[in-house]
Design a protein around this ligand. Sequence first.
Ligand code: CDP
Length: 783
Amino acid sequence: MAVRQTELRPLGKSVGRKEDPRFIRGKGRYIDDIVLPGMLYMCLVRSPYAHARIKSIDTSEAMQAPGVKLVITGEDLAAMNLAWMPTMANDQQMVLATGKVLYQYQEVAAVIAETREQAVDAAQLVYVDYEPLPVVVDPFKALEPDAPILREDREQKSNLIFHWEAGDKEATEELFRNAPVVVKQDVRFPRVHPSPLEPCGCIADYNTATGKLTWYVTSQAPHAHRTVLSLVSGLPEHQIRVISPDVGGGFGNKVPVYPGYVCAVVASLKLGRPVKWIETRTENTTSTGFARDYHMTAEIAAEEDGRVLALRVKTIADHGAFDAAADPSKFPAGLFSIVTGSYDFKEAFVEVDGVYTNKAPGGVAYRCSFRVTEAAYLIERVMDVLARRVGVDPAELRKRNFIRKEQFPYKSPTGWTYDSGDYEKTLALALEKIGYEELRKEQAEKRARGELMGIGISTFTEVVGAGPSHTFDIMGIKMFDSAQIRVHPTGKVIARLGVRHQGQGHETTFAQIIAQELGLSTDDVIVEEGDTDTAPYGLGTYASRSTPTAGGAAALCARRIREKAKKIAAHLLEVGEEDVVFDGVAFSAKGLASRTVTMKDIAFAAYTNVPEGMEPGLEATYYYDPPNLTFPHGAYIAVVDIDKGTGAVKVRRFLAVDDCGTVINPMIVEGQVHGGLTEGFAIAFMQDIPFDEDGNCLATNWMDYLVPTALDTPKWETDRTVTPSPHHPIGAKGVGESPNVGSPAAFVNAVVDALAPLGVEHIDMPIYPWKVWKILREHGVTE
Ligand code: CDP
């Protein structure tokens, strides 16, 4: 049950979401709700080919079409030195194609007209003469010596983007040489898409009189986008205002800068009128940042009793035509080296090869800290392979290998320092709550009757809160985050943060943190994000970084206010500052509990009656550069039954026990977990973006790329343990991505467990019924 927003000491309470009244009444203000006077509309012309030389583009007929104001091609942009733009992974990407196209649906021209319909109609009249070229869709073939070189602009002799390693190769090899047990498994994490309900879009509004560009955009990182736009366009940064209005889901899809954004800005600069561009669903699915697409091979060296020694991983990462992942520069494969997970490996060695193919660019962190999802899935899957090989129950195998509570802060063999955790406690709670022993008994009985029931466990470790600026940056911009708090004379507060939520509830949770620190209620605090002219600089919301970074900034900023408030309280109470105590609601004189002043009294005094010599007012800004990442963890258990006739998998139960340190708002955390589990379910059972040999994308909209509904998903059961982060100001860790990161392995492990009596050791996602049905048929289980 939600509690009232007027409650004092709100931290840790399920305060009702402040943002919901506007969302559930249709009063949200999303990008396509914004209509500016004189606004034009843009439509992009896209390539039907995955790889083709552009021989010519004829725009003359489109230019004559009703309402058309401008048609832009790559050549036009080249004349302005804007044909290419940097990606957030330090690659470069064509804005509009020049010379050739590299993937189906690539942006080739932009048509701007008075109405959206006119722009769409005129886009059909742009004639492009293509000469098809050989297509490379398979990343393994892309690495063969005779593969066509896709990126002629890079002047390189292969399609390899990068080779990246972590860990100690020699020490790992040594342990493998002498290990009694070695297991090996190929695992693919399919190409999936974040698919926010609201696709990407923007309005560029250049004011020819003031020279100021206001850019409304569905952005997860407005400040970073402002800086990138300034660098790309040459416009001075203070003359760019980025406004990210309500955002209808992001999940990593709204971190990159897309060609449509740049084209809309160019069009507005040229025409001096606002230009709106809103993608269609198909454009979103086919051309904006996809996620995952990792082909991984993992080997574990272990003792006979299943105690792990070393981990070796080789990965081919299909990045598509441009490396447009938003990875920190030190980490071309994101935080994939967290792949040793919750287990105390002595050594590990991880290699990742990034590869160009004729597919749309991406590799974005879909509800994920830069490839942690791939890592968590891999290790949780392969631990099950090991359990089966050594004949140890998967829960027991995990317990034998957990990093123990007393080992924290724990240094992993690939260089991470885990802040805190209690894996045994979390798993013990999950096993007890799901009734693990009884389920195993039931499974044994069912197996004896030939029925297929499976139990899958995932005890994952997460890595969130990018990041500490000593290690993390995006395009050279150091990562940290910020908060600014202004207390008005009546004790009401406006707080602005450098992050930008897309539905996660920051307007409530960050108000809770601030209210808790200042002795106010959530109702007293308005949280504003997403306007670069008003919010302090920050790197945005993705990778569950908001709570670890901006949440820390909010707490420390409020404490800065409280320090000053204490001085004013001393003045009002007529005692020395050292004699003032704060009990979370009011300030009082030590030993004189009856003499109190509240933050409201203090706020009024800050503008009317400050001690002599003190600067009036009550506001502060805090840039918080966290000392480390935070490492949430969880124990998830899935129980499935498989229909032998159809291969359909029914998830009978799913329990998620999460540990994200101090919880700000349990109801919001539970909502985050439900949402992420739903996505994890879809990834495990429903989603993939395949391509045919010619590079045609075969999942172009939600008829082919399936999005789950409440009808598909089981009833989620949740619980939690609390292991605070020792370095975060309120002990909180991020949570948003945990369920997406941790759940796919639990689902797949459960299905493989159900099919284990048939000798099945692995099935790649998505586990479509036909895949299971084929296995059942091959084993003579079904006709
Ligand atoms: O960066 P993002 O907001 O996507 O992820 P997050 O920091 O994990 O937060 C997601 C939501 O859960 C926010 O509203 C957080 O403040 C809330 N949360 C919480 O109430 N307690 C935590 N320990 C972590 C997150």
